[in-house]
Design a protein around this ligand. Structure first.
Ligand code: AMP
Length: 406
């Protein structure tokens, strides 16, 4: 299918062209016509599928054709708010539409000033939006289209009360679009209360894209840093994102890598000032640094392109977080690689690596992504999507890893 077949205006088509998009993705093909028709829409799709442009194009077209006066996009994090507003600004540029973003972590005065100018689309995180509403700088009654982006994540990180309150203050006659990777109880509650007669679109299976090659190294916790060092050595010059669970862990690991003379390392964690975070993201994007140690703050939504390698230094807390982490690589069909450092002497996490796959694993872990078996004690490394030739492999006594290559 071509974008022109979606019935878009010439100006939007030009903007899409300027973004370099030649063909709509599945979510765009399915969602845009429904948004243009004014449907309340629930879209279950993962990040990395082109969902931002799906609702971005839809709302730009609606505003340009005067079917919508003003649109509000709610996002869970400030990084996502910045990204989404930049993408929508680009998509609406040829129509002369203006996008404004308000989010925590930046001085409020800068945003108060921005709000004084005329804008058509507001992208906001829930907390800062409510703050602005209390100051009477934003009036929720002026928006007749709302997008809840990454609704599941928004609820997961504790914005349920804010989101429900914001929805209750919007005009009842409006269009509501909800995008979410999962549709769980909290999301269903929003749908039933605030999105009557909504249509439902599902895009792809909830799984890791097939172009991602996922491997596991089972090892002892104390061996993680040296193993990571070796991996980085083998992947010199490769854009690598290393995920950890805690901010403290991120800081310590970055220091350890620097002490080991690993070059081009940066970090991203929630305690950093917004301007430092932005700087690090842009240095990672432009290749000034090519190793980024991060908490899950980098897992959601960030359009960090061309990440070739994801290392899960710590396992993710749950399946969704794992999917979001690995979604940073293999985006839009590009090839990607994921290495999970699975420590056998840490508390077990639920098994969800490559959640779309089935089968049994050996050792102490549960269902394998590959259907093969994995060792429990050594640091055997194997591609999880291989046919599983590692059946019954035992850990090496020395605890040294037995590296297996594809
Ligand atoms: P998202 O799902 O919004 O996180 O988008 C993932 C990435 O896909 C972003 O970097 C977009 O720039 C890119 N993208 C969106 N739509 C298209 C398209 N039709 N063709 C190619 N890339 C796209």
């Amino acid at each position: 299918m071509k974008f022109i077949e979606l019935g878009l205006s010439g100006k939007t088509l030009k903007a899409i062209d300027a973004c370099g998009y030649t063909q709509p993705t599945e979510v765009q093909e399915k969602a845009i016509p429904k948004i243009l028709a004014g449907a309340n829409l629930v879209v279950r799709s993962q990040t990395g599928t082109g969902k931002t442009a799906a609702f971005g194009i839809g709302l730009v077209e609606r505003i340009a054709s005067k079917k919508t006066s003003k649109a509000l996009v709610l996002t869970p994090t400030r990084e996502l708010a910045m990204q989404v507003s930049a993408e929508i600004q680009e998509l609406g540029a040829k129509h002369g539409l203006k996008t404004c973003a308000v989010y925590g972590g930046q001085k409020i005065n800068i945003q108060l000033k921005a709000l004084e100018k005329k804008y058509n689309i507001l992208v906001a995180t829930p907390g800062r939006l409510q703050d602005m509403c209390k100051r009477r700088k934003i009036h929720l009654s002026s928006f007749n289209l709302i997008v809840l982006d990454e609704a599941d994540h928004m609820l997961d990180i504790g914005f349920q009360k804010e989101v429900l309150e914001i929805l209750s203050h919007l005009p009842p006659k409006r269009v509501t679009l909800l995008f979410s990777a999962t549709v769980d109880k909290g999301v269903k509650n929003i749908i039933s209360r605030y999105m009557p007669n909504s249509e439902f679109i599902e895009v792809g299976e909830q799984k890791i894209v097939s172009s991602i090659n996922e491997e596991h190294i089972e090892l002892s916790h104390v061996d993680k840093v040296s193993t990571l060092h070796r991996i980085l050595d083998e992947h010199r010059g490769v854009k690598t994102l290393i995920f950890m669970r805690t901010k403290r862990g991120v800081m310590k690991l970055k220091e350890k890598l620097i002490r080991r003379k690993v070059e081009g390392v940066g970090m991203l964690q929630g305690d950093m000032e917004q301007c430092r975070r932005n700087k690090v993201i842009s240095r990672f994007k432009d290749g000034t640094i090519n190793i980024l140690v991060a908490t899950n703050v980098a897992a959601r939504g960030l359009h960090i392109e061309n990440v070739d390698l994801i290392v899960n230094f710590d396992e993710a807390e749950n399946k969704e977080t794992h999917l979001h982490r690995v979604g940073r690589t293999g985006r839009m069909g590009a090839e990607g690689k994921v290495i999970n450092l699975v420590s056998h002497d840490e508390p077990r996490k639920p098994n969800y690596h490559g959640g779309n796959r089935q089968g049994k694993r050996g050792g102490r872990r549960g269902p394998s992504p590959s259907g093969g078996r994995s060792s429990s004690g050594g640091r055997n490394r194997r591609p999880s999507n291989s046919s599983g030739s590692s059946k019954g492999r035992r850990p090496s006594r020395s605890g040294r890893p037995k590296r297996r290559r594809r």
